[in-house]
Design a protein around this ligand. Sequence first.
Ligand code: ATR
Length: 294
Amino acid sequence: MNISGHTKVYGVIGNPIEHSFSPFIHNMLAEETGIDMVYTTFHVKEGQLENAVKGLDGLNIQGINVTVPYKLDIMNHMDEVAPMAKNIGAMNTVVRKDDKLVGYNTDAIGLKMSLDKIDVDLKGQSILIIGAGGAARAVAVMCAEAGAKLIAITNRTLEKAEELAEVISDKYDVETVALPLELVKDGEGLLNESLTIAFQTTSVGMSPNVADSPVGGSTFFKNLDVAVDLIYNPGETKFLRNAKESGAKTINGLGMLYYQAVRAFELWNDMTVSDAINEKCYNAFIRKMSPETI
Ligand code: ATR
């Protein structure tokens, strides 16, 4: 890396932020693409979000990523918010264009890009989403945007699944349904016949609770073609292991983590990262992550 007076500055804001993987990904992409930029973390302490956003103009910072706990609040400080980020109700990327701040959500697109890489097409599919929090909403919007036929949402708290189902069917031309988790968990068979792709968006099964899974009925995984778990630590959750044993294609959250960064990088630099660079950088990212995900 050759930092000079011309080098553009980017970064990620959050609290805490020390453990972010984004600097690794973005600085690697910068090196591979030859773009003169550097990416670092900015620890924005409680109450400092507004000052931090003002600082972008003040310091001529070109763009930032935004992580917990600011993904919702930051929307109030944008000049414009992209429609998809509005529908998700959260954003993770700020692009500074002509001195205007524009907010995007690249998490959902990142997940879509990681599915494209393994040839999973959501168009016309009937999909189950487990969970109804912020991550589930991003997944639901992504599925609706990708042309899913039916989105079923199941959650420990049924009312939240019902609310999310309503939000999505209000905004998109897609059929939605909320299902009690108990029904799904025991795998009555009813679901498994029509729903062939499942997204696991809760924290259940995350390290150290690796023996847990939000579903478990022996018939749940029957007829499941694709199982996606947003968790990446461990790299293979019990949910994914059971799905794989039943013959489903499985994917963890590392692809989403990598490609949300790629999409932000592309927006900032108005370009597309080539397949060859993505392959090289993704493999380096996986190698870097593997001690944490085994
Ligand atoms: P995120 O932004 O990561 O989605 P969130 O908005 O706090 O986080 O949502 C967490 C999701 O995980 C919710 O769907 C939550 O279910 P509830 O709405 O019933 O709380 C789900 N979740 C968390 N712990 C769970 C558990 N032990 N069993 C089942 N679901 C759980």
